[in-house]
Design a protein around this ligand. Structure first.
Ligand SMILES: [Zn+2]
Ligand SMILES: [Zn+2]
Length: 248
């Protein structure tokens, strides 16, 4: 399996991360990653840049140092209604949106509340990916959630940083991704890198996927065309990405 994407990455614009876009792209290129998503935090996290940071990404080239760069954000799920902390005018400019539960914005609630929030985020067509869903503080019914991801065609991320830090237990990841496999859910392999050297480093994730035996055709991180087509289709008001942009 050749992984060519890392669709959850931070730059020093999120103040608890430490690398520039250029540094992230340099490491991505070295490791054969053809596309990364810039997903710095949305405004309600204390370390987040001002909302103008996300809105102004259209000034960046689509390809930096030979790597396709999706202009995105890691949005915070604010409540059980599935509302997110991104103003509408910013949402419309973005090419890739990751949604996360973060304690400072959505303090852990009951399993039913977590599932309700997930269901309502699923109904938002602009959300591409659920990030680090296997963290221990946000339990929910994995089987029911997998049915929702399949029904609404949402991508579920397996997140290297949360597995390594212990925020996600390995057994949670095995359980969730077994349910996702049963429901034919598409998944992404992401670093959630906060330093450039972590871009494209997926060893803990690959260890889980090996155990689960996830079907390769459901892993979007190997498929550049799928990623670019999805970004274009799901974000019609964002700058269009030319499909031939990474062809040699
Ligand atoms: Zn996060
Ligand atoms: Zn993150």
């Amino acid at each position: 399996m050749k992984i060519i994407a890392d669709l959850h990455t931070h730059t020093l614009a999120s103040s608890h991360a430490y690398s520039t876009i250029r540094e992230n792209c340099e490491i991505a290129k070295e490791r054969g990653i053809k596309v990364i998503a810039l997903t710095d935090h949305a405004p309600l996290m204390s370390d987040a840049p001002h909302e103008w940071h996300a809105a102004n990404q259209h000034i960046l080239p689509q390809v930096i140092n030979g790597v396709c760069v999706l202009k995105g954000i890691e949005a915070d799920i604010m409540n059980t209604k599935g509302e997110l902390d991104i103003p509408d005018y910013v949402v419309g400019k973005l090419q890739w949106i990751v949604a996360s539960f973060h304690g400072p914005v959505f303090p852990p609630m009951s399993e039913e509340d977590h599932l309700m929030a997930i269901e309502n985020v699923c109904k938002n067509p602009l959300i591409d990916v659920f990030a680090h869903l296997t963290t221990t503080s946000y339990p929910f019914d994995y089987k029911e959630a997998a049915k929702l991801f399949s029904k609404y065609d949402k991508i579920v991320e397996l997140n290297e940083a949360s597995l390594r830090s212990g925020a996600s237990k390995r057994e949670n990841a095995v359980r969730l991704f077994n349910e996702c496999k049963s429901e034919g859910v598409k998944i992404a392999i992401d670093s959630d890198a906060h330093y450039c050297e972590r871009i494209g480093d997926f060893s803990a994730v690959l260890d889980v996927l090996k155990e689960v035996k996830y079907p390769e055709e459901l892993i979007i991180s190997t498929d550049l065309d799928y990623i670019i087509n999805r970004a274009n289709k799901n974000h019609p008001s964002a700058p269009k990405i030319d499909n031939s942009i990474m062809r040699i």
